[in-house]
Design a protein around this ligand. Structure first.
Ligand SMILES: *Cc1c(COP(=O)(O)O)cnc(C)c1O
Length: 489
């Protein structure tokens, strides 16, 4: 064995580490700075390119060669998340301090499931979680844990909601006995614009996707409290059992924020668990200007927040928080080898659905300290302004139609061809052409059954000029495709 393949602190190891990190950095810098957001490579071309080298050769190759080659094949064909034309999804450009922290996270390789695998990391995660609880207005006694993302956090919100309901209503321990006979009548309410992971969680929790009752939204795509009341009334008539209410703070397409205060008071009256999915909108809490949009979140039983979106962290980094720390006990398990009962050392194993778990709290912590709240808040504020500016540009263009006034950082719109029956085809075509031409990465979504385009503006470095270019390219591509469609029709 040789010292150069592990990071041990010996001089050979240190030299190898420095070389390897420098080589990785060189490859990144060479390929990330291209003028376009994507190479435009098609799946077919990429698959041939990647097939050119063996996955596991009998004998290893020189690392810097491997990195250089994967630079040309892999990194070159990654979407460039810091390019202003990369504006499809909630995929942020990561902060440099977070990238440095990532290097520390992976090299120290702490695992968050027990104290003896992560002593300082355990306490630091707890400290960051306490800060987060305060950020969302939770009082002392609140708790939480880092997760892999909103999907996991939403599942973690609905799990204790389901279990608490079964225990309080039927004296039934879900953990020991599985679903009670009444479980087929359990219902989860959320807005029709809620994230699909709510339905998936319901399925995973044995309640089935049909246990999710989609509540109508108002013109601003926020859950309508009147529609919620009607839905609750209907459940009562059908003798169905509302268990949880999921409010969304920042829907994925429209950035809309459900009326949290009203929903919190309904949840309180009815004894429903309120889970707020703030995966996207949670970053508003950093901003003095926008924080009031989240008013009411402090009354939620649980909150999901993603840092790999509006907090500019590399994937993955997220958290799940609960207002009453003891509610995490509904998830807790004891394993003799990790957190034996009677052991007085702190550990986080009991708070997570995962066992081995990354020390992702560290990169958020380093970023918060290196940038400070004000600078992060300015970034969040900037993206909200960019969305407004993009919407104004869309309105100015006669060929485009805006679906809704932007509420956070997303802009949903479509190209209007002369023959509206071609609209879906042309808009789907625009998104594809822009991507495969490497010019822009925009998303497509559906609004009331029709194909629309979506810009998700998360990059605070984007300028109004970048947005203008994006919008003009869209119109130009639409015109071209429309011509092609009509001549071929
Ligand atoms: C992104 C998102 C999710 C899913 O989060 P992941 O981190 O991708 O698992 C859930 N809800 C909302 C509103 C989101 O925007």
């Amino acid at each position: 064995m040789n010292e150069r393949v592990f990071l041990t602190g010996s001089p050979e190891s240190a030299a190898a580490y420095r070389e390897a990190m420098a080589a990785a950095g060189d490859v990144l810098l060479q390929h990330l700075g291209r003028p376009l957001p994507y190479s435009g490579a098609t799946p077919g071309k990429l698959s041939n390119l990647l097939a050119g080298s063996e996955v596991c050769p009998e004998e290893g190759e020189d690392l810097s060669r491997v990195l250089r080659e994967t630079g040309k094949t892999v990194v070159e064909n990654c979407v460039r998340v810091a390019h202003p034309g990369c504006a499809a999804h909630l995929q942020c450009p990561p902060l440099v301090p977070a990238l440095a922290a990532e290097a520390v996270i992976s090299a120290t390789n702490q695992s968050m499931d027990s104290w003896d695998q992560a002593p300082a990391a355990t306490l630091l995660e707890e400290r960051v979680v306490r800060w987060l609880c305060g950020l969302f207005g939770y009082r002392p006694g609140a708790d939480g844990v880092f997760t892999s993302g909103g999907t996991q956090s939403n599942l973690m919100g609905l799990l204790p909601a389901r279990d608490r309901f079964a225990r309080e209503r039927f004296g039934w321990s879900m953990r020991e006995r599985g679903l009670p006979p009444e479980a087929s009548r359990f219902r989860i309410l959320c807005s029709e614009a809620a994230h699909f992971s709510v339905g998936r969680s319901a399925a995973l929790l044995g309640l089935g996707e049909r246990a999710v009752v989609p509540v109508e939204t108002d013109a601003g795509r926020r859950m309508s409290p009147e529609a919620l009341d009607r839905a609750l009334q209907k459940l009562e008539e059908q003798e169905l059992l509302p268990v949880a209410l999921v409010a969304t703070a920042g829907t994925t397409d429209f950035g809309s924020i459900d009326p949290l205060e009203e929903l919190a008071s309904r949840a309180r009256e009815l004894g429903l668990w309120l889970h707020v999915d703030a995966a996207y909108g949670g970053a508003l809490a950093l901003s003095e200007r926008h924080r009031s949009k989240l008013a009411g979140i402090e009354d939620a039983d649980s909150v999901a927040v993603d840092f790999h979106k509006g907090f500019y962290q590399p994937v993955s980094c997220a958290a799940f928080l609960v207002r009453r720390g003891e509610d995490l006990a509904l998830i807790r398990t004891h394993a003799d080898y990790l957190n034996p009962e009677g052991d007085d050392l702190p550990n986080l194993a009991g708070k997570s659905l995962q066992t081995t778990r990354r020390f992702d709290a560290f990169k958020l912590y380093v970023s918060l300290r290196a940038l400070g709240r004000r600078r992060l808040a300015a970034m969040v504020e900037r993206t909200v302004e960019l969305a407004k500016a993009a919407a104004a540009l869309v309105r100015e263009q006669p060929g485009l139609e805006l679906a809704a006034r932007p509420q956070l950082g997303t802009v949903v719109f479509r190209y209007r061809p002369a023959r509206m029956e071609e609209a879906d085809r042309v808009n789907a075509g625009i998104r594809r052409e822009l991507l495969l031409g490497g010019e822009a990465v925009v998303a497509r979504t559906r609004v009331d059954g029709r194909v629309y385009l979506k810009l998700t503006l998360l990059n605070p470095l984007a300028t109004p000029e970048d947005l203008r270019r994006l919008v003009e390219t869209t119109v130009r591509t639409g015109k071209r495709l429309e011509g092609v469609c009509s001549t071929s029709a």
